[in-house]
Design a protein around this ligand. Structure first.
Ligand code: C2O
Length: 519
């Protein structure tokens, strides 16, 4: 692929970057045969698809399956039960998802309308990142040196960076017509960036996130983390003209700097050639108030047809302190290396998939002792940090089938506070509360929204603050929870829930497919 005026080999799906869009309807069965034609191992995750009882098709390497090896194939077979909207698929091994990703469109069942005015047209917008160097070289830097990896050289809109320093590469153009309404299905497939998205001179009406309908609200800026999806209505209310479409990174700390903005053009039909383009005001890199306002505006639609069912009584109350710290490393340049952890445990990937170990009762792959709370409570958002060190382990936390779960995700400031877009596989959860500083278990729950909190699969844990999520563990299996910034996942910011088989057949996972890859 040629981007930024240089060519390099990349891994693609069916020769496309971004990859093909998967179109389906709510209730459909999806069958995708993935054939690995590259020298690296591969897997695909259907990010946000609930995978009810079909954990074998979820996709994270060494969690629910062994990778598909060179020359081999695997058929992902799953149902789209009770979900409609936009999601994404992406590779789920190393950093392969940098180039291996695409959108999933789940239309409502035939004859069922959207709960918002029918758009004239639907548009897929996939946001991504581009490195001039090989992505494997970037990951090696993060792993071997234990240092922050190079930030990408560009952001992309549907694979195109737009004009960049020293290269007039072309950007994405969205053609619109005065008076028409467009449903933008926006996917953040970036590797390490939460992003702002905006269109000069236009407001957007948010109607859905992570394949869950929301109460519609107007905004001039969308905040979207990697793994998140947002459906927004755009009304083309100008006669003619060109308007900048811009995506820019949100990074509210100075751990890495990245000011790259990717631009595209919203082009009205009938606009004269050489008409000027209206520029967008891009939020500053550290525009935390913009992210807060956006997240606070998100509410479940909570209609009769699409009710919010927020668990009221909680069986498992968990507190996860998540962050990035440093561990000693005699062989590293600085004598230390960055690690990331949850409750002081930096997760080590096993060499056998945890779901297989669980299903076949193979011992020695993981231990059952993931801590429900930090080992030693400390001032999570204080400075200086008080609890920098971590232990390694492949630890899981067991949840009873159909139990109700609350997880408070507490951001910490071990090195520097950072926002963490945290993703849970196998479930949607309700984001019932959030706040700055340390979570107060006595008073904060009084302000939880148990009526219409937004339902999603990936949530930003705010810098120097916390987010509380709730879900019902109604999907048996082995489910990954991790920061969707790939660098933090790589450093160990991840853990696994094992949801126990119950007695009846609906409470157990289905048997594995016969072509399940072997490790
Ligand atoms: Cu889309 Cu486990 O990540």
């Amino acid at each position: 692929m040629t981007r930024l005026c240089a060519s390099k080999p990349i891994i693609t799906v069916n020769g496309k970057f971004p990859g093909p869009t998967l179109y389906a309807r709510e209730g459909d069965t999806v069958i995708v045969r993935v054939v690995n034609h590259v020298k690296d191992n591969a897997t695909i995750q259907w990010h946000g698809v609930r995978q009810l009882r079909t954990g074998w098709a979820d996709g994270p390497a060494y969690i629910t399956q062994c990778p598909i090896q060179t020359g081999q194939s695997y058929v992902y077979n799953f149902n789209l039960t009770g979900q409609r909207g936009t999601l994404l698929w992406h590779a789920h091994i190393n950093w392969q998802r940098a180039t291996v990703h695409g959108a999933i469109v789940i239309l409502p069942k035939r004859g069922v309308p959207y709960p918002f005015p029918k758009p004239d047209k639907e548009v897929i917008i996939v946001l991504g990142e581009w490195w001039k160097s090989d992505v494997e070289a970037v990951i090696n830097q993060a792993m071997q040196l234990g240092q922050a990896p190079n930030v990408s050289d560009a952001h992309t809109i549907n694979g195109l960076p737009g004009p960049a320093p020293n290269c007039s590469s072309k950007g994405y153009t969205l053609h619109v017509e005065n008076g028409k309404t467009y449903l933008l299905r926006i996917v953040n497939a970036a590797v390490n960036e939460e992003l702002f998205f905006k269109i000069a001179g236009h407001n957007l009406t948010i109607v859905e996130v992570d394949a869950s309908y929301t109460k519609p609200f107007k905004t001039d800026t969308i905040f979207i983390g990697p793994g998140q999806t947002t459906n927004a209505l755009l009304t083309a209310n100008k006669e003619t003209g060109n308007y900048v479409i811009a995506i820019s990174p949100f990074m509210d700390t100075v751990v890495a700097t990245d000011n790259q903005t990717a631009t595209g053009t919203l082009h009205y039909k009938g606009t004269l050639a050489f008409s000027p383009t209206t520029l967008a005001t891009i939020p500053p890199r550290n525009a935390t108030p913009v992210t807060t306002k956006f997240m606070d505006s998100l509410r479940s639609l909570n209609s009769k047809q699409y009710p919010a069912n927020v668990p009221k009584n909680i069986d498992h109350s968990l507190f996860f302190a998540i962050g990035v710290g440093v561990n000693p490393c005699p062989t590293c340049v600085n004598g230390s290396r960055a690690v990331a952890d949850i409750n002081n445990v930096s997760f080590v990937m096993p060499t056998t998939a945890i779901l297989q170990a669980h299903y076949y009762n193979i011992s020695g792959v993981y231990t059952d002792d993931f801590p429900a709370n930090p080992l030693i409570p400390y001032n999570y958002t204080g400075s200086p940090p008080t609890n920098m060190q971590t232990m390694n382990g492949t630890k899981v936390y067991r949840l009873g089938y159909n139990s109700t779960v609350q997880v408070v995700l507490q951001g910490t400031s071990m090195i520097a506070p950072e926002s963490h877009p945290t993703h849970l596989h196998g479930y949607n959860f309700y984001a019932v509360g959030k706040g700055v500083g340390n979570y107060d278990p006595k008073n904060d729950p009084k302000n939880f929204n148990l009526v219409d909190p937004v339902e999603r699969n990936t949530i930003s844990v705010p810098t120097g603050g916390w987010t509380a999520i709730r879900f019902r563990a109604d999907n048996p299996g082995v489910w990954f929870l991790h920061c969707h910034l790939e660098v933090h996942t790589t450093w160990g910011l991840k853990m696994v829930f094992v949801v126990e088989n119950g007695k009846g057949p609906t409470e157990s996972i289905l048997p594995p497919p016969s072509d399940l890859p072997k490790c």
